[in-house]
Design a protein. Sequence first.
Length: 557
Amino acid sequence: MVMNRIGKIVELLTQLLPNPEHLQLQNYELDVEQRQIRVLMESVQQIVRCPVCDQVAHRVHSLYERTLADLPWADYQIVIQLTVGKFFCDQERCDRKIFTERIAGVMAPWARRTKRLAAQLSEIALYTGGEGGAKLSKTLHCEVSQNTLLSLISRQSIPAVKTPKALGVDDFAFRRGQRYGTILVDLETNRPIVLLPDREADTLAEWLKEHPGVEVLSRDRSKTYRQGMTRGAPNATQVADRFHLLKNLAEVLERILAMHTQQLKAVEAAQIPVNDAIMIAPVVPRLAIQERSAKARERRFAKYEQVHQLRQQGWEILEIARHLGMGKRTVYRYLSHSKFPEWQPHPHRGRSQRSQLDAYKPYVLNQWNQGQSNTKQLFEEIQQQGYRGSYQTVARYTHRLRQTQKQHRAQLGVQLQLPISDLQHPPLTARRATWMVMRRADQRTDVEQVLIADLKTQHPELAAAIDLTQGFTKLVRERLPQQLDIWLDQAMSSSMKLFQGFAQGLKEDYAAVKASLMTDISNGPVEGNINRLKLLKRQMYGRASFDLLNRRFILTS
Ligand SMILES: [Zn+2]
């Protein structure tokens, strides 16, 4: 019975070790202190073949011991001490006289770790990068250095490319603003094919020549890719990406709207019922807060200067971070700016900060406008309706209401108690108006419909620009290739240089633009891949070599 039980336990342990068929568990050494188990194993292979001539060898030369790291057990590191045989190869025509027996699937001839551990570490390296991977490997009780992880990635082979029928091409920033690469994505599987190290026409043309068979090529509007594609795959159909077409169109409209700020202001003003109500005054940050933030800015500015000085004196990033007690990322950020990066205050901060009171403001306002200005009573009333915020919050709000009316009375010199409105419209900027016009009609609010109609009445040029924009978005979204020529004529004969230029650009890229109106293929999958690429780059703190980035990107897709 006892033997049976022990036999079962040995059987279980053997199953946890690599290749139970050819390797036998002999003994173990447990180091509780170091959390390490040294497992002693021996080869029991019956048939051993020479690695050179593949013939079976029979004569043992000697025994040979190897040490291999393996996958951890619970929180124990596993080290396998493996005894294998050295054999004579007796084949006369074979060059190899003595060899060490191989254990299939367990390890490479000179490796220091088992294949399955190496595979797991490679995955860790691919998904978390060198620095994070080294930390994670420690947590997982198979600690290795960052360099080991990076060399594991560089040893992985990238699977051979199957040339796709539909290929999406776009550029991406490798080092922001300094170096760009090109990403190629299979538009049928949405998987990345490869990253090219630049965005030159020749590089793309070369790749296409080496991988013939692409039938459809999707791209942005750049001349570079157009040339690269025409040279590399002259028979493929080029498709201008619809998203990029609409983006270019939006840029045109925004520039035209930006020339009509007066009209935008007029439309914006018209949407606020000035005669019936006055707008509540915005919250102004208190002086103490302003002073505090000025001091904080001074401190940050001093650090910014120190960072640059130390760097000029040849300090390493890490040393600077440690010396000044700041994060590495902040040091990088400061170094990447040649001018002090000011904190950008959020344009709607204060206004957009959510308050417990928000849901009760309409009630408070309504009561206020009817003459109820007793804060305590208002507070009690909304408490009964479920308000759980503080009295001070309500008091601050009624104070603002009182101040608003006071200011307004002072400005107008009248004693009228005007009702207050707390509706906050975001300002009607050229950009906001642009996206209002670009949006699908069924996704616009009623207010937006009115604003667009108002804009068109303000100036004939605005009316023409909005009509042209909506005409083009319609033919792109509904895929109406037969209307393209009509639209191009309208745009060319408009009085707006910007639209003429846009139409001229479309004419120069006519075939690809027209093709985009006759297909469902788009560069959407490329955008998705670029987002994943950005995440990877951020993880690598922008220091990765191009080869490493490419491997991680392709192998984790
Ligand atoms: Zn041999």
